[in-house]
Design a binder for this molecule. Structure first.
Ligand code: ZN
Length: 493
């Protein structure tokens, strides 16, 4: 280390790490509050909780954007330790972004999120878009004020994308999505399955939970570190090292809970397997949303919808549900993989999913630009669902109100889901090339070698490498939609 120490014997790097550790602790507290709000808080507590979150956010923001952090970053040139260089790089990037935004606006954004999420919950339950519209207007107004903090001339949407996917641009997403649209629309038309492969419930909830837990045990669940709860919208969070919390959503009439569980496992295992040396630093979480989503989709789809996975698991699942008695394994696998255009993004199959994302990618840019007004949003949404997926949206709860993201102030976030699908197949191909016949292992219920490979090549690095560099290191290539398209063509041919 070439950096001088100060009179009290601490180096600038140690002082920076001490501040970042404090901020990581506050972030973990915020993450626990968020988990509680979504899993167990009585709904009337939403406004009070929004205030707590706004205060915490303001305190974290003030502490982080301080001149002291800036000076320490300035002093930390010429480092030769790889991890320290990465730490400074990631911290500087976040500091420069955060420093543009006044702490008051950061707190306003956090407060508005809490209030809008509670309003969205009610609006969705009643399928009442007009009651949510003012909150969406407010989110858009705040987002525009946020964007005003960044240099004019940069595409606003680039600024938002870059927050979730470092270095990604609107033009690159557009290029990938155009390519996907070109192939997906005819692929879906040719292979959409409206036949008899629908699984009919009821599937009792307790048995579904038991099945989820069996799968998690085989994937490498650790009783002392993980928990699983039930929420309307599944998610994963890590309020601290060694504390991984997944949620799933269970309905009587389908088995999507199993896929939600596998999906959230992918997010959880990525966080769980990060090198502990990065704990309480900005390197201690996944490097981007797209890479994160590539892991959830890998465990959900590439593992969880594979024939070899079900060769192992179907004999255990079938006896749990009398309604599966006359559904053989092949028919079951076809049913859980079938292309079937639906209203709900979260339930979408591997092929139609991309079109749900493309719709949101287009609409959120139009909302921010003001070319689509909030009042006309449901109408535009419904028309485009008809155009892309051929489905009629019966009500706003199953249309424009289905996702929490816009209430949560998340604009520029949706595209990372589909980038994750694309990246998942790129990484999957590399893993298969290295590991040989994974199908044979999956048929025996063995997932350890895949997980270990992912730990070694992806998970343990946390945020050390930017997403583009990680992808290059793992696969030797740039973001490329072709392997994903090839995978779909082969699967559905
Ligand atoms: Zn996910």
């Amino acid at each position: 280390m070439s950096v001088a120490t100060t009179a009290d014997g601490t180096s600038p790097l140690e002082r920076l790490k001490a501040i970042l550790a404090e901020l990581a602790d506050l972030q973990h507290a915020e993450s626990l509050l968020d988990w509680d709000a979504r899993v167990s808080m009585p709904s009337a507590g939403a406004e009070a909780r929004a205030n707590v979150s706004a205060t915490l956010t303001r305190l974290m923001h003030e502490r982080f954007v301080s001149d002291e952090v800036g000076e320490l970053l300035e002093e930390l040139g010429g480092l030769d330790d790889e991890d320290a260089v990465a730490l400074v790089r990631v911290t500087r990037r976040a500091w420069e972004r955060a420093r543009r935004v006044p702490s008051g606006l950061a707190a306003e954004l956090a407060l508005a999120r809490g209030i809008a999420l509670a309003a969205w919950d009610k609006a969705k339950a009643a399928s009442d878009f007009p009651s949510f519209a003012p909150h969406l207007e407010r989110q858009l107004e705040l987002k525009r004020r946020y964007l005003d903090c960044f240099p004019a001339g940069e595409s606003s949407y680039d600024v938002l994308l870059d927050e979730y996917e470092e270095g990604m641009t609107t033009a690159e997403v557009q290029r990938v999505f155009d390519r996907l649209k070109e192939e997906l629309v005819p692929l879906i038309e040719a292979h959409a399955d409206t036949g008899d492969v629908v699984l009919r419930g009821p599937f009792p909830l307790a048995q579904q939970e038991a099945a989820s837990r069996k799968i998690l045990a085989a994937f490498g669940w650790d009783e002392t570190s993980w928990r699983l709860d039930e929420t309307p919208h599944p998610f994963a969070s890590k309020p601290g090292v060694g504390d991984i919390r997944l949620t799933t959503h269970t309905e009587q009439d389908d088995l999507t809970s199993l896929f939600s569980t596998m999906h959230e496992f992918g997010h959880g295992v990525y966080e769980f397997d990060i090198d502990e040396a990065y704990a309480r630093t900005p390197l201690g979480h996944g490097t981007s949303n797209g890479i994160h989503e590539s892991q959830s989709r890998m465990w959900e789809n590439l593992v969880g919808r594979s024939a070899s996975f079900w060769r192992w698991f179907y004999p255990q699942l079938q006896p749990l549900f009398p309604t599966l008695a006359d559904v053989d394994e092949e028919r079951f696998v076809r049913a859980v993989s079938a292309i079937r255009p639906t209203l709900i993004r979260g339930d979408a199959d591997e092929a139609t999913y991309g079109l749900h994302i493309i719709l949101r990618f287009e609409l959120e840019q139009e909302l921010l630009a003001g070319t689509v007004a909030v009042a006309e949003l449901p109408e535009v949404w419904n028309a485009r669902m008809k155009l892309y997926l051929g489905v009629d949206v019966p009500d706003d709860a199953r249309g424009v109100l289905q996702d929490m993201h816009w209430a949560d102030g998340l604009f520029g976030y949706f595209p990372t889901y589909q980038l994750g699908n694309v990246i998942s197949v790129q990484i999957w191909e590399r893993a298969r090339a290295d590991l040989g016949d994974l199908d044979e292992q999956f048929e025996r219920g063995e997932f350890g070698s895949l997980r270990e490979w992912l730990r070694e090549h992806v998970y343990r690095h946390g945020s050390k490498y930017p997403p583009r560099e990680l992808l290059r290191r793992v696969t030797g290539s740039e973001l490329d939609p072709e392997p994903y398209l090839q995978y779909l063509r082969t699967k559905f041919a």
